[in-house]
Design a protein around this ligand. Sequence first.
Ligand code: HPA
Length: 276
Amino acid sequence: MNPIYEKLTRCVECVREKTDFVPKVAIVLGSGLGDYANDIEVACEIDYHDIEGFPVSTVPGHSGKFIFGYVGEVPVVCMKGRVHYYEGYDISDVVLPTRLMKMLGAEVLFLTNASGGLNSNFSAGDFMMLTDHIACFAPNPLIGPNIDELGTRFPDMTHVYDTDLQKIIEETAASENIKLQKGVYAQLTGPSFESPAEIRMLRTLGVDAVGMSTVVEAIVANHMGMKICCISCVCNLAAGMTDNPLTHAEVQEAANEAAPKFKKLVTESVKKFGQI
Ligand code: HPA
């Protein structure tokens, strides 16, 4: 058996020894949404440490856990904490949690992240719903022998971000009076922020926001046939757009400030995903 698939299967077994909960929606929490779990009616929690082979963040106190429960009537699994490629993990480990959540039953993947905005109409604190992405600055997680059990060798990428989910998110934002931008997101590896010249290059390529996650997860989820959506919290204007140097603290502060609205948008959208 393909070793990546074998590891994944073992992770599924580990989770199934602890819970038979079947989620419909998988939610990945980005920076600033860490306490989103408070909005979930919790059925069960599983620490990443208790899943054999599962990638666990090396930062002390940041190991993370899966939270299984309900948002409204909708059964969800929520990832509190995720690992990034820049931490040094193999790309197959970075995307393992996404694949695992699909194998537990999730049909919908709701990604969230923090980003830097390139579009001159954006302000720090805006939310941007992804309509498409640029993946070619990050390693493709499907490189290597195709895992036929998961999907096809050459997946189509025409409609990665599901139009029905996008419509629900747009309607939700409008009814909650939350400003919602739309655009194209590019994932770079990080951990360094981009240089102003890189930002000019990305803008020329049609990028509206840039970050260090998400696209690799969207690729494997699309490979497995999940319906995907993503909202990015534009935490800062990208390098060179203001005179200020970028800091992680600034990104976190903006994400924390935006968190209440972000949570509202995610929660009210997920409740409606039950109809899909
Ligand atoms: N660049 C990359 N990733 C980010 C940024 C940025 O400006 N802000 C938040 N995450």
